[in-house]
Design a protein around this ligand. Structure first.
Ligand SMILES: [Zn+2]
Ligand SMILES: [Zn+2]
Length: 345
C-alpha cells in the first residue's frame, strides 16, 4: 500500500509499504475513512508532535480485516472506531479513569510517531484492541465513525466544565471541536450560546447546529466584551470554551467570562501569551485546560446512534488519499472555511 510519510516541514512523500503484519493479541483494520485533524496540519506546518518518518491520521473508522491469536472480543467484519490514545490501565491516572493523562498513552498512540503508523493508509495495525477499539452500531456510518475522536474531545471538554442547565456559554472558534462543544452544551441545557468565529461559512454552520448568536470578532474589535456582557444581562458568560488555539482568543477569554466563571481551554496553543493574574484573582476566574478524552468514545457513539448530533454539516469535503496534501492540508491552510475533511484511503 502507498502511504504518505511526513519527511520534513511541509513535505510529505508517498512511499510503498507492506500491509502491516499483526502479532498475537493485535487486530488489522481496513480503514474506511480518516479525518484530517488540526494537529496533523500543525505537525505538517511546524513539526509539533509529529517527528519525521510519521504516517499521520488518528481519526478513523473501519472494518476488521484480520485478528491475531488470543483476540476474542473482535472478529473479522466488525465495524469499529479505534481510540488513538491507548492507556496502560495501571498507573495512578488510569486507576482514576483519567486516561488522557496516562504517561504511557502518547507513546502507544498511532499517527503521531514513526513507531506506530497512522490511519492515512488502507490498513492500520491496532496493537491494543481491548483498550482501543469501539464497535459501531447499525445506523452509524463509517463517516460518522471517523468523527468520533474529535467529538469525544468536544464532549470531554463539556463534561470537564461546570456547565449547568440555564448557563450562558461563549465558544471561541467554530471549527470541528468548537462545533462539537456547541452541540453538546445545547444537549447539556445551555441557555444562550454565543459563538465567536472569523469565517462566515463556519458562523452559518454554528447557527445551523444550535448557536443563538454568532459574532464576527472583527466587527466588534475592542467592544467584544461589552457586546457579550450586553447579551448576558450585564453578567458575562458562565462558561467560556476556547476552541481556536490562538493567542488572541486565549487573551479574550478572561474578559468575556463572568466573575466566578470558568474558562475551558481546549484549543492547542503553544505560543507564549501574557495574562494579568490580577484579573483572575479579582474576578475569581477559573482557567482550566482539558486534553483528549477519558471514557467519552462510547458516549459519543451512543449520541450518534440516537441521532443527537448533526454530523453532515461538519464534513466539509471527502477526498482520496492521493490528494491528501493538495486538497487536504493545503486547503485547510489556505482557507478558514473547512470544518472536517475526510480522507478515503
Ligand atoms: Zn485529532
Ligand atoms: Zn496509565
Amino acid at each position: 500500500m502507498k502511504v504518505p510519510v511526513f519527511k520534513d516541514l511541509e513535505k510529505i512523500e508517498f512511499q510503498e509499504k507492506p500491509t502491516p503484519r499483526i502479532g498475537p493479541g493485535e487486530v488489522l483494520l481496513e480503514v474506511k475513512w480518516c479525518g484530517i485533524c488540526g494537529s496533523d496540519v500543525h505537525g505538517y506546518l511546524n513539526g509539533i508532535l509529529v517527528p519525521p518518518g510519521t504516517v499521520m491520521g488518528h481519526e478513523c473508522a473501519g472494518v476488521i480485516a484480520d485478528v491475531g491469536e488470543d483476540v476474542h472480543e473482535f472478529k473479522v467484519g466488525d465495524r469499529v472506531v479505534p481510540k488513538p490514545l491507548a492507556q496502560c490501565g495501571e498507573c495512578y491516572w488510569c486507576k482514576k479513569g483519567q486516561y488522557s493523562l496516562c504517561p504511557d498513552g502518547l507513546g502507544k498512540a498511532f499517527g503521531i510517531s514513526p513507531e506506530h503508523d497512522g490511519a492515512f493508509a488502507q490498513y492500520l495495525r491496532v496493537e491494543y484492541p481491548k483498550e482501543m477499539l469501539f464497535k459501531l452500531p447499525e445506523g452509524v456510518s463509517f463517516e460518522e465513525g471517523a468523527l468520533v475522536e474529535p467529538l469525544a474531545t468536544s464532549l470531554h471538554a463539556v463534561r470537564m466544565s461546570r456547565l449547568g442547565v440555564g448557563d450562558n456559554v461563549v465558544i471561541l472558534g467554530a471549527g470541528m471541536i468548537g462545533l462539537g462543544v456547541l452541540q453538546f452544551v445545547r444537549l447539556g441545557g445551555a441557555r444562550k450560546i454565543i459563538v465567536i468565529e472569523l469565517s462566515e461559512r463556519k458562523r452559518a454552520i454554528a447557527m445551523e447546529t444550535g448557536a443563538d448568536i454568532v459574532i464576527n470578532p472583527l466587527d466588534e474589535g475592542e467592544a467584544l466584551r461589552e457586546r457579550i456582557f450586553e447579551m448576558t444581562g450585564g453578567i458575562g458568560a458562565d462558561v467560556v470554551f476556547e476552541c481556536a488555539g490562538v493567542p488572541s482568543t486565549f487573551q479574550a477569554c478572561a474578559s468575556l467570562v463572568k466573575s466566578g466563571g470558568q474558562v475551558i481551554l481546549v484549543g492547542i496553543n503553544d505560543k507564549e501569551v501574557s495574562i494579568n493574574p490580577f484579573f483572575l484573582v479579582l474576578w475569581e476566574v477559573e482557567l482550566k485546560g482539558v486534553l483528549g478524552y477519558y471514557d467519552e468514545f462510547g458516549l459519543v457513539i451512543d449520541f450518534l446512534r440516537r441521532k443527537k448530533i448533526n454530523t453532515e454539516v461538519l464534513i466539509s469535503d471527502r477526498i482520496s488519499l492521493e490528494s491528501l496534501v493538495e486538497k487536504g492540508f493545503h486547503r485547510l491552510l489556505s482557507s478558514q472555511d473547512s470544518v472536517k475533511i475526510l480522507v478515503n484511503p
